[in-house]
Design a protein around this ligand. Structure first.
Ligand code: AMP
Ligand code: MG
Length: 269
């Protein structure tokens, strides 16, 4: 029996990723998890429709993970029953020249979902304290200030009606090796693999430290981190779906009142 594991670290406490088991799954089996997932997805679809109709709040889902950690997979699976009209996915790549000519939050702020929408960030402003830190793309005195800046930015969003959920999809180094191998073995998956991914893998320890700092320093009540055990894809998807549905349930969503009194309205032939 695997032991109970908190998925949301305590605010203000220093987290160590090695204390979080990437294989953890509450002793669920895949079939039971899929059943719960199906049930939750129906509820998710209904809540999303209300979010869109009410046009008051927005939800921002931030996904971070090591390569092959399952960001693309989670997006595909968790959101497959909601109305695409209300969802916007943004994948943050190496910044363009124009993006680099601005502060690092410029491109992020532009992609924040407007009222009524769900925004999904496939990578995010956290890259600016992850890859940027590990590869020393800016000096330490620059990136070290970013944790406070990110907290202030997320506070601004939260104060303006954006519910923020941040997920770190936690896989083991062995699991990454297996997933890379599957990508190499399957020609249809070659596009997902680049030799540069191996360089990032070599710096695994440095990335874990950078993730620990990002999660520790930017874990706030208004923008909490969730550490998702992600070696099992079906458990990963269940945790993300559950967390989103819980957050939507707490928003007090409702369909808006009609603008006109509709009682007794007859549609002419
Ligand atoms: P992909 O896994 O195909 O989405 O790759 C996107 C790449 O963009 C990854 O290697 C990221 O590390 C990189 N990237 C994203 N944001 C930044 C950033 N702010 N600075 C440098 N590289 C970034
Ligand atoms: Mg990738």
């Amino acid at each position: 029996m695997s032991k109970q594991q908190p998925l949301t670290p305590k605010f203000g406490s220093k987290i160590r990723l090695k204390d979080f088991d990437p294989d953890y799954c509450e002793d669920l089996d895949k079939k039971t998890a899929k059943k719960e997932e199906d049930r939750l997805e129906k509820r998710f679809a209904a809540l999303q429709e209300m979010l869109y109709a009410q046009n008051k709040h927005s939800l921002l889902v931030v996904l971070q993970a090591m390569d092959a950690g399952g960001k693309d997979g989670a997006i595909k699976k968790v959101f497959d029953s909601v109305n695409p009209q209300g969802v916007q996915v943004t994948s943050f790549k190496v910044p363009t020249a124009e993006e680099l000519a601005h502060d690092y939050l410029w491109r992020i702020h532009k992609a924040v979902p407007g009222r009524g929408f769900i925004g999904i960030f496939n990578r995010s402003h956290y890259e600016d304290v992850l890859v940027v830190r590990v590869n020393e793309l800016v000096p330490q005195d620059v990136w070290v200030k970013r944790y406070d800046q990110i907290n202030a930015f997320e506070r601004l969003l939260a104060d303006n009606g954006v519910t923020i959920l941040k997920f770190y999809l936690h896989i083991s180094k062995d699991e990454q090796k297996q997933r890379f191998q599957e990508r190499l073995d399957n020609p249809d998956k070659h596009w997902k693999f680049s030799l540069g991914d191996l360089g990032v893998r070599e710096r695994w320890g440095d990335y874990m430290q950078a993730y620990e700092d990002a999660i520790t320093l930017c874990n706030t009540p208004y923008a909490p981190w969730h550490i998702v055990p992600a070696n099992r894809k079906w458990y990963r998807d269940l945790v993300v779906t559950r967390t989103i549905v819980n957050a939507l349930e707490q928003m007090g969503l409702a369909y808006p009142e009609p603008e006109d009194d509709l009682t007794g309205v007859v549609i002419p032939d």
